[in-house]
Design a protein around this ligand. Structure first.
Ligand code: 16G
Ligand code: MG
Length: 542
C-alpha cells in the first residue's frame, strides 16, 4: 500500500472535520455536498473487500428515494448481496477517520480483515441520475485507482442492475452476461417465453403506465422497451425530462401518502405502477370508477407471486418448500391471508432488504417483500437444478409446462436484489397468464387501514426493540403504554422503531377503520414523545 499516494490523493477529497456518518441500512446517505470524502474512501474500501473476497465488488452511487439534493453510496458484496455486517463497521470507521488518521485506519482494516494486498482487485461502479452522482462516482474511481484496483464504470444504471453485474461477474457468466444488453436479453427472453401462450389476449392487459419518479428507471425502461414490446407496452411518466427526482412522485411518495403521483394521467381502472428513484422498489395502483385511489403494495405483490408459484408447484407435484418473508410493516390482512387462506408459512424480520434476503435464503423458494415494494424471489441452487431437470425430463405435458414456467420465473427474477423492472415483468406476466384485472388482484384481501407517523426525539437510539422490531425493550414502560393503547381498538396493532435512514422514530398503527388507525398512531406517537425524550412540538392531534 502506497501510504504517501493515499495521503496525497485523500487531500483532494478532504473530510470536513467533525462530520460523523454511519453506514446505515442502505449505505451512507446524506446531503450530497458532505459525501466527497466518503466516496473516495469507499473506493479504497471496495478494493480491500475485493482483495479479501477475491471477487468483484460493486459500488453504487445513489440515494434511492431521498430528495434530489441528497446522495449516497453502498457497496455490493460478491453474490450481489448487501455488504457483510463486519465490513459495514469498517466502512463507518474509515468514513469517520479524521484526515490525518485515515491511512492508518485503512491499514488497520486490512490487517484486521486479513486482506492479502498482493491479490488483484476488481470493482464495478454505477450511479443514478442525480446531478451530483457523476462527480461523486469519479471520487470513488479515484479511491479505487490509488489502491491500484481495476474497475469498470457502468455509468448510469439502476441499483439492481449493478447488483446483477456483480453477480454475473462472480459466477463466470453462468447467471447471465455482465452487460446491460445481457440484462435486457435475459429478462425479456424469460418474459416472452412465460407469456407466449397468451400474447393474443386483449390489449388492455398489455399496457401499463409507469411513474418513474424522474429517476434512472425511466432511462432504463426506455432502453428495454423494445425487447418486450410484443408482450407489453409501457407508457412512461415522470421520466426526468421535466420534474424533480422523487418529488411528489415515485413509489415512496405513493406508498407513504397513499396518493397518486403527480404528473401521471390516470383513468379509472387503468393499471399503473410507480418505481422509486433507483428502481429497486415498485408498487402498483389504480383509480376505481368513483375516482378512489387504490394502492397495491409489496404485501399484495408477494401474495400474487406466491399464490402463482404455489399453483405451479402443485402442478409439477414436487415437494419444494416455499416461504414468505415480511417485516412488521406488512399489513395484518396480508399475513392472515397468506397463512390462513393460502397456507404458506410467513416469517417476519427486521426492516431492511438484507434481513429479508437472508431469511429468504432458507427456503427452496423464498418470496420476500417489504410493504414499501422492495423485494424479489430467491430460488435455492437445489430447487433451481431440480426445476431445470424437470423441464427436460417430464413427459406429462401439463407438468412439463408448469416446470417450464417455473424455469422462466427463475430467470425473470433478479436474484441478486429486489428489482422494480424485473418484478414488474413478473407481475405483468402473472396477471396476463391468470387473466386477472388489477381490481381482481386488489380484491384478494382488504388492507387494514393503517397510519405511519414520525416522532423527533433527542436520541433515537434510546429505543431498542426485539421480536423483529415488533416489541420495544427500552425505554422502560413504552411497550406497556403501547399495549394499553392497542387494547382500545379492534383489529389493532402498533409498533415503534428508530429509523435506520432518518433521525426520527417511526410509528406504525393499524386498526379496523382509518379514523381508529390515525387515532392509535397519534396516541402511540405521544407515548414515544413522552417516554423517549421527544423534542420540538408535541405530536399533533392532542
Ligand atoms: C432502506 C432500506 C429499505 C428499508 C428502509 C427503511 C435497503 C436497500 N433499503 O431504504 O429496505 O425499508 O431503509 O427505512 O435495505 P427507515 O429505517 O428509515 O424506516
Ligand atoms: Mg431504492
Amino acid at each position: 500500500m502506497d501510504l504517501d499516494a493515499i495521503t496525497e490523493y485523500s487531500a483532494l477529497h478532504p473530510k470536513p472535520s467533525g462530520l460523523i456518518l454511519q453506514y446505515g441500512t442502505a449505505g451512507f446517505r446524506t446531503k450530497a455536498e458532505h459525501l466527497d470524502h466518503v466516496m473516495f474512501r469507499m473506493g479504497l474500501l471496495a478494493v480491500l473487500r475485493s482483495k479479501q473476497t477475491k471477487s468483484t465488488i460493486g459500488v453504487m452511487v445513489t440515494a434511492s428515494h431521498n430528495p434530489e439534493e441528497d446522495n449516497g453510496v453502498k457497496l455490493v458484496d460478491p453474490l450481489g448481496e448487501m455488504l457483510a455486517p463486519s465490513w459495514e463497521e469498517h466502512a463507518t470507521c474509515l468514513a469517520n477517520a479524521e484526515e490525518q488518521d485515515m491511512p492508518r485506519v485503512l491499514m488497520d482494516i486490512s490487517v484486521k480483515a486479513a486482506v492479502n494486498l498482493q491479490q488483484d482487485a476488481f470493482i464495478v461502479i454505477g450511479r443514478d441520475t442525480r446531478p451530483t452522482s457523476e462527480k461523486l462516482s469519479q471520487s470513488v474511481i479515484d479511491g479505487v485507482t490509488v489502491l491500484e484496483g481495476q474497475f469498470h464504470d457502468y455509468g448510469l444504471v439502476t441499483t439492481p442492475q449493478l447488483h446483477y453485474m456483480v453477480y454475473c461477474r462472480n459466477t463466470s457468466g453462468q447467471y447471465g452476461e455482465a452487460t446491460l444488453e445481457g440484462y435486457y436479453q435475459k429478462l425479456s427472453k424469460a418474459f416472452m417465453e412465460l407469456t407466449k401462450q397468451t400474447l393474443c389476449s386483449e390489449d388492455e392487459y398489455r399496457s401499463l403506465k409507469v411513474d418513474c419518479a424522474n429517476g434512472i428507471g425511466a432511462l432504463k425502461l426506455k432502453e428495454m422497451e423494445h425487447y418486450v414490446s410484443q408482450g407489453l407496452s409501457v407508457q412512461l411518466f415522470n421520466d426526468g425530462t421535466k420534474g424533480k427526482l422523487n418529488h411528489l412522485c415515485g413509489a415512496d411518495f405513493v406508498k407513504s401518502h397513499q396518493k397518486p403521483p403527480q404528473g401521471m394521467e390516470m383513468k379509472s381502472n387503468e393499471r399503473c405502477c410507480s418505481f422509486d428513484g433507483d428502481a429497486d422498489r415498485i408498487v402498483y395502483h389504480y383509480l376505481d370508477v368513483d375516482g378512489h385511489f387504490h394502492l397495491i403494495d409489496g404485501d399484495k405483490i408477494a401474495t400474487l407471486i406466491s399464490s402463482f408459484l404455489k399453483e405451479l408447484l402443485l402442478e409439477i407435484g414436487e415437494s419444494l418448500n416455499i416461504g414468505v418473508v415480511q417485516t412488521a410493516y406488512a399489513n395484518g390482512s396480508s399475513t392472515r391471508y397468506l397463512e390462513e387462506v393460502m397456507k404458506v408459512p410467513v416469517y417476519c424480520t427486521k426492516t431492511g432488504v438484507k434481513h429479508l434476503h437472508h431469511k429468504a435464503q432458507e427456503f427452496d423458494i423464498g418470496v420476500y417483500f417489504e410493504a414499501n415494494g422492495h423485494g424479489t424471489v430467491l430460488f435455492s441452487k437445489a430447487a433451481e437444478t431440480k426445476i431445470r431437470q424437470l423441464t427436460k425430463e417430464l413427459e406429462d405435458e401439463k407438468r412439463k409446462a408448469a416446470a417450464k414456467m417455473l424455469e422462466n420465473v427463475i430467470d425473470l427474477f433478479n436474484q441478486a436484489a429486489g428489482d422494480a423492472i424485473s418484478d414488474m415483468l413478473v407481475i405483468e406476466a402473472i396477471l396476463t397468464l391468470k387473466d386477472l384485472t388489477i381490481q381482481q388482484w386488489d380484491a384478494l384481501y382488504m388492507d387494514l387501514p393503517n397510519r405511519q407517523l414520525k416522532v423527533k426525539v433527542a436520541d433515537r437510539q434510546v429505543i431498542s426493540t426485539t421480536d423483529a422490531e415488533r416489541q420495544v425493550v427500552t425505554p422502560p414502560g413504552l411497550q406497556e403504554a403501547i399495549n394499553d393503547l392497542v387494547k382500545k381498538y379492534k383489529l389493532s396493532r402498533a409498533f415503534v422503531r428508530p429509523s435506520g435512514t432518518e433521525d426520527v422514530v417511526r410509528v406504525y398503527a393499524e386498526a379496523d377503520s382509518q379514523e381508529n388507525a390515525d387515532s392509535l398512531a397519534r396516541a402511540v406517537s405521544l407515548a414515544v414523545f413522552q417516554l423517549a425524550g421527544g423534542v420540538g412540538e408535541t405530536p399533533p392531534g392532542f
